[in-house]
Design a protein around this ligand. Structure first.
Ligand SMILES: Nc1ncnc2c1ncn2[C@@H]1O[C@H](COP(=O)(O)OP(=O)(O)OP(=O)(O)O)[C@@H](O)[C@H]1O
Ligand SMILES: O=c1ccn([C@@H]2O[C@H](COP(=O)(O)O)[C@@H](O)[C@H]2O)c(=O)[nH]1
Length: 241
């Protein structure tokens, strides 16, 4: 059911933002216009009392697998990827705070003097106070992705849903950027995503959500207003549950 203006379906969410999408119209890195748009959309959620945990990817800067393909050691590449997510988190905090949205950044890798170390109780306190909490540095371990850290943190903070904002507007029978005639799903079970090997999200993350009954909605980050609509009960994108 779609809720009325100001009403909401979810009280606490974990929003996963694609790092690659932060590039926007830039060739590399972070497009400040994208940051400002995100701050506006996240501010709308905070404005109606939604508690927002955020995880941002690092694909706009470094991915361990790509660095390995270029000849680097995989674990070193993964460390670089996790550090990339810290840079994105700092940029997002900056944009949110410029919009007067109180924000805390908690890192899975201790980085004294730059960001605070992840602590679940501290995260839940901050969320309960209405602060946005950005979880960065992934899980702190190589060989994972930020999809897994988003689902992990979402489960830990007892979010009601993981919302994965990405470049495409949902889950398709194949990657729609490679196969334009792929069909879009409205709803999938965790097992369907696993059996069909749908690559929109890392399968470790899907298993974790299945085991802990955490629903995941994949939706397009480029459509303004989609996030607020979902939080009010709209069905943009594809729901996995
Ligand atoms: N079956 C599918 N349905 C939808 N998208 C798919 C599918 N298979 C592959 N994809 C691709 O998966 C991508 C989603 O991953 P996304 O860009 O969010 O990357 P990420 O690894 O989560 O984040 P980052 O950009 O930080 O690395 C989409 O852009 C899409 O092209
Ligand atoms: O727990 C984690 C999370 C991430 N990494 C590394 O960081 C990059 C960037 O994350 P994306 O999810 O791809 O945006 C990822 O490719 C890994 O190399 C990690 O090692 N552990």
């Amino acid at each position: 059911m779609v809720q009325g203006a100001g009403e909401k379906k979810y009280k606490r969410i974990l929003l996963k933002l694609s790092g690659e999408a932060l590039t926007g119209s830039e060739k590399f890195g972070i497009d400040p216009k994208i940051l400002d748009r995100l701050a506006l959309e996240i501010g709308q959620l905070v404005g109606i009392g939604v508690q927002v945990g955020l995880v941002v990817g690092g694909g706009n800067l470094f991915r361990g697998a790509a660095l390995q393909a270029a000849g680097l050691d995989r674990v070193t590449g993964d460390h670089m990827g996790m550090l990339a997510t810290v840079m994105n988190a700092l940029a997002l905090r900056d944009a949110l705070e410029r919009s007067n949205i109180a924000t805390q950044v908690l890192s899975s890798i201790p980085m004294s003097g730059v960001v605070d170390h992840y602590d679940r109780r501290k995260a839940i306190r901050a969320l309960s106070n209405g602060d946005v909490v950005i979880f960065c540095a992934g899980t702190g371990n190589p060989l994972f992705t930020t999809d897994s850290s988003a689902c992990l943190r979402g489960i830990e903070i007892e979010a009601e849903v993981v919302l994965k904002a990405t470049k495409v507007d949902g889950i398709y029978s194949a990657d729609p950027l490679k196969q334009p005639d792929a069909e879009k799903y409205q709803r999938l079970t965790y097992d369907e995503v696993l059996d069909k090997k749908l690559e929109v999200m890392d399968l470790t993350a899907i298993c974790l959500c299945r085991d802990h009954s955490m629903p995941v909605r994949v939706f397009g980050m480029n459509k303004a207003g989609a996030l607020l609509n979902i939080v009010r009960g709209g069905n943009d994108g594809t729901l996995i549950e």
